[in-house]
Write a protein that binds this ligand. Structure first.
Ligand code: ARG
Length: 308
């Protein structure tokens, strides 16, 4: 295993993009917005099996839980931004993770597979367009490249990319071309979803936590790359735990993680408590749409303190 050490890094301006590690200290994040959820029946597209099978969450519960998420983040010193409701053509802005991703000091604006999510990014334009003309820091992938942020994990000088229902091989080429000089790029092909388990994005089956651990549901990956067992101490997640989206935690640092307070996540939370502190949050509404805490958050800035 490679050795890493921690040190404090240069000061960042408020608008700078910065994400080098999944568990660097979170400074600035966009979270899901419940406002405008399912405004117009006409534009609703059930985009995954969970949405097909479950009743849609109540707006009041979405509001309470997302406001609870915001309060916890703010109490931990994180600046929280919320997308502006786009309007009736976008029925769901609960999981901003997928519409963009910060890699290093650049923002990739994602090409979404599902038509109902194609214009979701309009809600975050005000939050990402900073007019520093010296720096082309927002990348737009080519038209044949589908990529969603839930399939992209940046950690320890590596970009892991899930090849999934939503992200294709062209995404790997695009990422290699733009970031290959600075990051190792490791594609991970997800297994086909089963009746019980939806393997929608990489972060539903794999997620680094703490300094050197990672949560993993190996059956959700076609072939687990050797790098993963080399780089991490892996914590295995059962099928029932995967279905409850137990991998989908949000790291605030390598010392603190926010996880779902749910019976099915109790064992995983106990395992996590051995390596960091765990803030357990009631979060049952967004998971009825197929995402959990990682999906409901889009980090724009993490203080880079882990260097090789
Ligand atoms: N990063 C994630 N796992 N996101 C989950 C997204 C759920 C969302 N409703 C969709 O199906 O597109």
């Amino acid at each position: 295993m490679r050795k890493y050490f921690y040190r404090s890094f240069k000061k960042m301006t408020a608008t700078e993009f910065c994400c080098h590690n999944e568990s660097d200290v979170l400074r600035r994040v966009i979270i899901g917005s419940w406002e405008g959820y399912r405004q117009s029946e006409f534009y609703i597209e059930k985009v995954n099996a969970v949405q097909e099978q479950m009743a849609a969450p109540a707006r009041d519960l979405l509001k309470d839980e997302l406001e609870g998420f915001k309060s916890v983040l703010e109490s931990m010193g994180v600046e929280v931004l919320v997308p502006r409701p786009v309007g009736k053509i976008v029925y769901d802005q609960l999981t901003p993770r997928d519409i963009g991703v910060v890699i290093g000091d650049r923002f990739v604006l994602c090409n979404m597979r599902k038509q109902s999510r194609r214009y979701e990014c309009v809600g975050i334009f005000d939050l990402i367009m900073h007019y520093d003309l010296s720096e082309p820091n927002i990348l737009i992938p080519p038209a044949d490249c589908f990529i969603e942020g839930g399939d992209v994990i940046v950690d320890k000088q590596t970009i892991y990319i899930g090849i999934s229902e939503r992200t294709n091989r062209q995404a790997v080429e695009f990422i290699r071309k733009n970031f290959g000089d600075r990051f190792r790029v490791v594609p991970i092909t997800l297994a086909a979803s089963t009746e019980e388990n939806l393997y929608l994005h990489l972060d539903c089956v794999f997620n680094p936590v703490g300094k050197r651990h990672a949560l993993i549901h190996a059956p959700g990956i076609q072939e687990v790359p050797a790098q993963l067992s080399g780089d991490y101490e892996l914590i295995e997640i059962s099928a029932a735990e995967q279905a409850a989206l137990c991998t989908n935690v949000l790291s605030l640092s390598h010392e603190v993680v926010i996880s779902r307070d749910h019976d099915e996540c109790a064992r995983v939370n106990a395992e996590l408590r051995k390596i960091c502190s765990v803030i357990e949050l009631p979060f049952n509404a967004v998971p009825l749409t197929g995402g959990s805490l990682r999906c409901s958050s889009l980090p724009l800035q993490r203080k880079k303190i882990l260097t090789a």
